[in-house]
Each structure stands twice: as structure tokens, then as C-alpha cells.
Design a protein around this ligand. Structure first.
Ligand SMILES: Cc1ncc(COP(=O)(O)O)c(C=O)c1O
Length: 158
């Protein structure tokens, strides 16, 4: 999840269905240190950014923190307020996947299925891998293609 519009599009239809567990995945970046990730629920606190009250990565003075993610689309210090509500109500769980896990997921889905996921979507694939063998039926919101990311991945491999 970046701002969260992709994921809310999938979550919305299932909010009333208690049989569906939903998980949003934020960017864990390179470490849990402020400035090294974009995991607003894990490392942020309540605040206002762009006129919206939600969770924000910020310092003790309310200054918005720098963020990092291997994926440009997740590299954002706040999150849509509807997700903040869903998180606080407990309806949706929010986790994070770090850069390395997401890159591994990128390679795995490319190799196994011939589907190259966007690095943003690779975070969701990384979360899915944690549920391997659980017997759960899982739907992944594969929000985009990884063609746009091949140069980033190649540079990281080098
Ligand atoms: C392919 C892809 N997936 C997901 C996202 C994140 O989307 P959202 O801001 O809706 O969470 C982006 C953002 O640029 C994206 O490019």
C-alpha cells in the first residue's frame, strides 16, 4: 500500500463479509529505522498530512519524515484515512514486507508463473508467501506489471 487506493478498491466489496480476512502490506524498506521505510502503521503515529488526519511518519515535532522503499509507488509518508479507520477498528490487518523480501517475491512470481509483478505488488506477494501451507484461499491484488521496474531490479542485482 502506498496511499492505499489500489487496495481499498479490492477491500471495499468484502468489508461486510466477515469470512474474508484482509491484509494490507506496507513498505518495510531497508530497516525499521525512521527514514528507512514507509510503514506508516508500524512506525508512524496519528497526524495530518495534505489536510488529512491519518497515520503519518513523523518526528517528535510533527515534521514529516523521509521515507524509503525499493518501490517508488509505496514511498509515501501517510496513508488514506479509510485505511486508518479499518486498522483502528481491526477489520483489516496491516503488515509490512521489506525491500529484500519483495525483491525475492518479484523473482519468484516471475520464474514460477511468468508474471512479472510491479515492485509495489511484490510486497503483497511477499505477504502471501508467509501463508504458504495454511490452506487458505488467497486473492492477491496484483496492482501492476513489473516491466517498469526491470531497470531498478537489474541495478540492484548488479
Ligand atoms: C503498480 C502500483 N501498485 C500500487 C501502487 C500503490 O498504490 P496506492 O497509492 O493506491 O496504494 C502504485 C503507486 O504508484 C503502483 O504504481
Amino acid at each position: 500500500m502506498g496511499g492505499g487506493s489500489n487496495s481499498i478498491g479490492l477491500f471495499f466489496e468484502f468489508l461486510g463479509d466477515a469470512g474474508v480476512r484482509m491484509i494490507g502490506v506496507e513498505a518495510g524498506g531497508r530497516s525499521i529505522r525512521l527514514g528507512d521505510h514507509a510503514a506508516r502503521f508500524q512506525g508512524g503515529s496519528k497526524g495530518v498530512l495534505h489536510g488529512t488526519f491519518s497515520y503519518v511518519l513523523q518526528d517528535d515535532h510533527g515534521q514529516v519524515a523521509n521515507t524509503h522503499s525499493v518501490s517508488a509507488g509505496l514511498d509515501y509518508p501517510s496513508v488514506g484515512p479509510e485505511h486508518a479507520l479499518l486498522r483502528d477498528s481491526g477489520r483489516v490487518e496491516y503488515t509490512s514486507a521489506d525491500d529484500n523480501e519483495s525483491l525475492e517475491a518479484f523473482h519468484l512470481l516471475s520464474r514460477l508463473e511468468g508474471i512479472m509483478p510491479a515492485l509495489e505488488s511484490s510486497h503483497a506477494v511477499a505477504e502471501c508467501l508467509r501463508h504458504q501451507g495454511s490452506g487458505e484461499l488467497i486473492v492477491i491484488n496484483l496492482s501492476g506489471r513489473g516491466d517498469k521496474d526491470v531497470e531498478t531490479v537489474r541495478d540492484l542485482l548488479e
